[in-house]
Design a protein around this ligand. Sequence first.
Ligand code: SF4
Length: 462
Amino acid sequence: MPDIRFDSKLIARYGGTGPRYTSYPTAPHFSDEFTAGEYQKHALRSNEVLNPRPLSLYVHIPFCQSLCYYCACHKIITRNTNRVNVYMDSLYEEIDMQAALFDDDRVVEQIHFGGGTPTYLSDNQLYDLLVHLRNRFNLQTGREREFAIEVDPRSVTTHSIGALAEIGFNRLSLGIQDFDPQVQQAVNRVQSAVDTIALVEHARDVKFNSISFDLIYGLPHQTVESFSRTLDTVIAIQPDRLAVYNYAHLPNRFKGQRMIKERDLPSPDVKLKILNRTIEKLLKASYIYIGMDHFALANDELVKAQQNGTLQRNFQGYSTHRDCDLIGLGVSAIGNIDNTYSQNASTTTEYQMALEAGKLPIRRGIEVDSDDRIRAEVIQQLMCYGQVDYSYFQQHLDTDFPSYFNSELTRLAPLQRDGLVELYPNRIQITATGRMLLRTVAMVFDRHLASESSDQRYSQTI
Ligand code: SF4
């Protein structure tokens, strides 16, 4: 992979709105006509191929104790335990129905508990949930399993971290966002660095393999210096992985963001400077830029996967496991089975009603066609490896890349002139500057984008 180079003029010119390409086609193109019946047909078909793929489970726990004002996730702020219990009953129903569709010998290599706040659940509730999954699916038990959980440092104790390790989780993802007290106050998410450090130390003691932090730049009151101090604290803790996201202020879409005063937000120019300083500091601290907001230490599995060609872009960002069938469990969860994507109902009422009626709560989805498959592979290669090798398409997809993508290659010419890509007879190479604008390049290959107003749906590319 080439290095990464920050060019603020090009970023300002090309950094409009765009999809994050955690799937292709992206979720706005899922159709209401895709039904639970279609899903079941494809799930059963996925057992019948010559070498059925291993399984990956995503479990969505939508509840949170309080609202972080910047949040754009699918979450429910509640302290009503009865509401949570009703949801858990439905989730167990769904797990049983989904498990019945897949052959028992298909191993679950990956689990990801996301939210909301999975650690909103008590240690006992999480234990029962994992036992239930173990009873219904063939969960991998070795060290190579990747069982991850998103943790809110404000809602877990060191005791809970030990309990999570005991029940089988080996990866932690911690929401940090910023350690600066003024920023934390302004977004209603106050958490101390001292408590976070204690949690991480304990997680290492109980042998979590990988610890990942999420940070956000562009939050109210952030300055280059203040975020730099947060980065110093983060670098001293040395998480294995880091995701540094751009805050997209869309108060018309996300009501909670109206609590953030626009005058407190850093200007676009300051945001770019914060991003520039972030990249400089992380590279200097020996983090490797994986792509699309993600960094990892050199000995992390993500870096090895990028080197040996097994890196994958998926709904959790980047992953080391290629070729799993992904089962989405819980409200709004997205699955990727056989040649389909599907998404569950987005409200708990609709989700629970479907399950009470004995139906899977699939709300929408898409069956990808052969053109989607080819384009998905192009986007995957750009996002994961920063290049596209034409011979791969001939060998694996029976596609002559230069003639199939004749018009896209023409549309890449201005990006080549501006130094984002280099076009060779046998490959497209993203340059060090272009690595900051991966999705700008990927968007050239997205045939669905033409049919929509992307400004309405997507965040800024930077
Ligand atoms: S950022 Fe996380 S904890 Fe905060 S409201 Fe959103 S989902 Fe809940």
